[in-house]
Design a protein around this ligand. Structure first.
Ligand code: NAD
Length: 479
């Protein structure tokens, strides 16, 4: 019998209306636990509890909030190995990647512990003599937080920490596939002494719990990360009732490799950005846009490097690439590899499922060459260890191809030319630009987010998080 993990609603641990098994994608016989799934009535109770807790929490001492967030961060960091193991076991990224993500979550909580003490307003002169104008920031109210499976602790952390920091109450619905890290994070927040109702964990289905959060007028704001299709569907409903909205969605991120690039840097950026974390990152470099003169050397060196990578159980030392998260995602990856080939691309490396000691969703990293930017495999997010090489004649074509996409999350360039690097930073239509660095892998204390179809609403993370998690008030006083 595996352990049963319940939801946390209104200050109590509550059994689910149903339960679901959390399965290890590296070893399908390994059941991590049974996790509660709430129904609509339980989601309603959580929202009501958050509403009831808001007046007191919104007026709570910033020192108390700072202490709580800092304590949560310290606990996460102290337990990084155990939490990283849980994360890698349920999501399939390698253990060093899992521990790294946990450390990031801890750092985020500590950062927002500090931010609680730094929220400043402005006082400026009125155009009317004797009148004072004050601009302050206040909490929004109840925030619904809906997260995807690919960063099971960091994404919840970068939404929950600022929400609580600025005095909001939280109803948190993690992804169905990875409830373990979300539950562990929630238990840490609860044990740190969060008042009843301020933080609620409501694991369950998107179509049930997520939908209840989106449609409830008592939820003032929604912060969502996930796929474009879900994000668009959520947006239509949330905007219809005028909820404040923050959406982080997919990407089709370009990595440009110019002819003057350092080949070793280019290969490192491509391997890391496209294939680490099994390519399951919204910032993954799925389009490798490569100058004609360096193209053949780049493809040869990249293929050789891919051949040296170990695809295996996420928890085994030495694994470079863990399994794909589940069967549905594996099928999607294989489908897109087939689509790319039928569109005329060549499968230059990998792309086949692999058998390992334990039964899991293993896929050899796939490199498609001879791709064009018009192919579906170059335009739609695949979300797996699959990258397409698009050959271009010069920098101008590379920039045009990089920007010719419905997405705009992250974009990278590998070059030794300061002129091209500077031009790319200014002309790229993405929210985050990387020069001689992988498109994935970002700092926790600076803004994160994209443009075009990738993002909607204010940026996440760093000080910029307050744009979403607070509302501005302008007060006029005639003393
Ligand atoms: P998803 O859209 O399937 O699910 C995301 C969340 O939404 C889950 O918690 C799910 O239960 C919930 N949900 C589903 N249907 C819902 C509904 N009708 N109403 C309310 N909630 C609903 O995404 P996923 O497969 O979990 O994650 C992968 C996607 O996330 C990829 O597209 C990836 O690019 C994106 N992502 C984006 C970022 C970013 O910051 N831009 C970061 C990580 C992942």
């Amino acid at each position: 019998m595996s352990e049963m993990y319940r939801n946390f609603i209104g200050g109590d641990w509550i059994a689910g209306a149903e339960t679901a098994r959390n399965i290890n994608p590296s070893d399908l016989s390994d059941v991590i636990g049974e996790y509660a799934r709430a129904d609509k009535a339980q989601a309603d109770t959580a929202i009501a509890a958050a509403r009831a807790a808001f007046p007191a929490w919104s007026m709570s001492s910033v020192q108390d909030r700072a202490n709580l967030l800092d304590a949560v961060g310290n606990t996460i960091l102290a337990r990084k190995d155990e939490l990283g193991r849980l994360l890698s076991r349920e999501e399939g990224k390698t253990l060093p990647e899992g521990i790294g993500e946990v450390v990031r979550a801890g750092q985020i909580f500590k950062f927002f512990g500090g931010e609680a003490l730094r929220l400043a307003g402005e006082k400026i002169q009125s155009i009317r003599p004797g009148v004072e104008v004050e601009i302050t920031r206040e909490p929004l109210g109840v925030v619904g937080i809906i997260t995807p499976w690919n960063f099971p602790i960091a994404i919840p952390a970068w939404k929950i920490a600022p929400a609580l920091c600025y005095g909001n109450c939280v109803v948190f619905k993690p992804a169905e596939l990875v409830p373990g890290s979300a539950w562990a994070l929630s238990e840490i927040i609860i044990k740190a002494g969060i008042p009843a109702g301020v933080f609620n964990l409501v694991m369950g289905r998107g179509s049930v719990v997520g939908d209840a959060i989106i449609n409830d007028r008592r939820v003032d704001a929604i912060s969502f990360t996930g796929s474009v299709a879900t994000g668009r569907a959520i947006a239509a409903k949330a905007i219809a009732r005028m909820a404040k909205l923050q959406l982080e969605m997919g990407g089709k991120n370009p990595l440009v490799v110019l002819d003057d690039a350092d080949l070793a840097v280019a290969v490192n950026c491509a391997v890391n950005g496209a294939f680490f974390s099994t390519g399951q990152r919204c910032t993954a470099s799925s389009r490798l846009i490569v100058g004609a003169n360096i193209h053949d050397r780049f493809v040869a060196a990249l293929s050789e490097r891919l051949g040296s990578l170990k695809v295996d159980d996420a928890l085994i030392p030495g694994t470079d690439i863990g399994p794909v998260v589940d069967e549905t995602q594996l099928k999607q990856n294989l489908d897109y590899i087939g689509i790319g080939q039928r569109e005329g691309a060549t499968l230059a490396y990998g792309g086949e499922t692999l058998k390992r000691a334990k039964q899991g969703h293993y896929l050899a990293p796939a490199l498609l060459t001879g791709a064009t930017n018009a192919m579906r495999s170059s335009r739609e997010e695949i979300f797996g260890p699959v990258a397409s090489v698009i050959k271009v004649k010069d920098y101008d074509e590379a920039l045009a191809v990089a920007n010719d996409t419905d997405f705009g999350l992250s974009a990278g360039i590998v070059t030794t030319s300061l002129k091209h690097a500077s031009h790319f930073k200014r002309q790229s239509q993405a929210g985050m630009i990387m020069v001689n660095l992988p498109t994935a892998g970002v700092d926790y204390h600076v803004p994160f987010g994209g443009r075009k179809g990738s993002s909607y609403g204010p940026r996440e993370q760093g000080r910029y998080a307050r744009e979403f998690f607070t509302v501005v008030k302008t007060a006029y006083t005639l003393p």
